[in-house]
Write a protein that binds this ligand. Sequence first.
Ligand SMILES: [Zn+2]
Length: 218
Amino acid sequence: MTAIADLFSHNRAWAAEMERTRPGFFSGLVKQQQPKFMWIGCSDSRVPANQITGLEPGEVFVHRNVANVVVHSDLNALSAIQFAVEMLKVEHIMVVGHYGCGGVLAALHGTRIGLADNWIRHIQDVRDRHRVLLEKLAPERRGDALVDLNVIEQVVNVSVSTVMVDAWAKGQKVTVHGWAFGVHDGLLQDLGMSVSSTESLDTLYHAAVARITAARST
Ligand SMILES: [Zn+2]
């Protein structure tokens, strides 16, 4: 069991090791952050953005919540996206789900958790939208399929946000990606939903959903 005191001692050791191997690392960070990437992921402790992607402090701008949901009334997520796109000029936004996500499984099975039920309702909307697809799959495959579908729907939500619509209208080069992480093998899967313009969204969406039907039903 890690005690709080251990966290501080780990932190001091990490900072000393960074400064020893990369002199000036922290003074360089103070000057600015210029991340090319924004990560929108689940709060789950098993899915840490930097470690999974090998990115260092200063290289990825992160927003996490339960089940990586982007809702149009969520000023927290939208503010983070706006800052990343308009101020930091990130080139890639990754929406990253993960298999075995508790939020997604609760939505799939209609499990009551508490206050989070209201948040998970957004994923139940995704489940209901794709009910026919999900019911065609074997029951044990529906959880992973809903993880994928939730990512695809959240990529759509990011892509139709005013921030992205305005950025693309101005010709800004920024792509929204949909990925899923395997907690069981540590690997990221690209769900083939990489959106670089408003015009391409519809085609990419239908292709990505069709791929899930094909992949999960075999
Ligand atoms: Zn999760």
